[in-house]
Write a protein that binds this ligand. Structure first.
Ligand code: GLV
Length: 317
């Protein structure tokens, strides 16, 4: 029986499935393993079922035992893993695409609604009974008729576009390549990021984190937005330069932000906290029972496919 290290707790049904298939080392206390501990626990293992909270950088990967042949990441994103370092050591890296598209897009829409309609301030006022109705109380930005700029029109971006369109938003996008007409559904393609930003009343960051996208939304990029734009990020914190975004909020260049992801999670730049207009969530993108179950099942299936065939359709390196 192959031996698997599972770095974080999974839902019970997924852990039971793993126990039936593998000799598993589960993390029953859901402890956040240090890199040293992860290396120590992986001795004798054939694979690791990792999570986005594990920093599998070059140094860590180089210290993994030779027995480890696969890192099955419990996420669609794999910015936490140095793919090149894994490839050099002949370790396959897999992810869990598709199964989390709907849940993550739901949070993407919530970020847009929450930021545009001043939900943080509203929740605070309602909880403290510190409000009274008036014609101009917490006036926000209406989505109907606003232009939504989607950066990264993959599966999640397309689903956000679909829902936003039904709310009356006008969809624009920038992507490595233009989509076919049936996927585009009337959205306007922008060949450059600058061009997309110039028409984005609301920006939704949906692209993967990679060396090319780190701090892509920086001071220069933010300057290209219309004044009073709303910036949302459902992808990864690394894509946004926090200092630049907070500065844009300070100057009211940006009206509000909706964020689910941060650099250095679980911490977030304290500069956001002074802005009541910041609608912030703790990385809830894929957090539904259906989706987390499906993601773990897929991460397990990826292990099985790899051990059975030596390959895997969800291999990313
Ligand atoms: C969630 O953030 C994921 O990448 O799966």
């Amino acid at each position: 029986m192959k031996k698997i290290l599972v770095t974080r707790r999974l839902l019970r049904s997924n852990e039971d499935k793993l126990k039936n298939l593998y000799d598993v080392n589960l993390n029953l206390n859901d402890e956040l393993y240090s890199q040293d501990k992860l290396i120590e626990l992986s001795q004798g293992c054939d694979g690791i079922l990792s999570a986005l909270t594990d920093k599998l950088d070059e140094e860590t990967i180089n210290k993994l035992p030779d027995s480890v042949k696969i890192l099955s990441n419990f996420a669609v994103g794999f910015g936490n893993i140095d793919l090149e370092a894994a490839k050099k050591r002949n370790i396959a890296v897999t992810n869990t695409p598709e199964v989390l598209t709907d849940a993550t897009a739901e949070i993407g829409i919530l970020l847009i609604l929450g930021a545009c309609r001043r939900a943080s301030e509203g929740i605070e006022g309602a909880r403290e009974s510190n409000w009274k109705w008036s014609a101009d109380y917490l006036i926000g930005k209406q989505l109907t008729g606003a232009r939504l700029g989607i950066l990264g029109m993959g599966r999640i971006g397309q689903k956000i576009a679909h829902v936003a369109r039904s709310l009356g938003m006008i969809i624009h996008y920038h992507n490595r390549s233009k989509l076919s007409g049936d996927k585009e559904q009337g959205a306007t393609y922008h060949e450059t990021l600058e061009s997309l930003l110039s028409v984005s009343d609301v920006l939704s960051v949906c692209c993967p984190a990679s060396k090319e996208t780190v701090n892509l939304i920086n001071k220069d990029a933010l300057e290209k937005l219309p004044k009073g734009a709303v910036v949302t990020n459902v992808a990864r914190g690394d894509i946004v330069d926090d200092e630049a975004l907070i500065n844009a909020l300070d100057r009211r260049k940006v009206y509000a932000v909706g964020l689910d992801v941060y650099k250095g999670e679980p911490n977030l730049n304290p500069g956001y906290m002074k802005h009541k207009s910041a609608f912030i969530l703790p990385h809830l993108g894929s957090a539904t029972k259906e989706t987390r179950t499906a993601m773990a099942n897929l991460a397990i299936d990826n292990l099985t496919e790899f051990f059975d065939t030596g390959g895997c359709k969800n291999k990313v390196n």
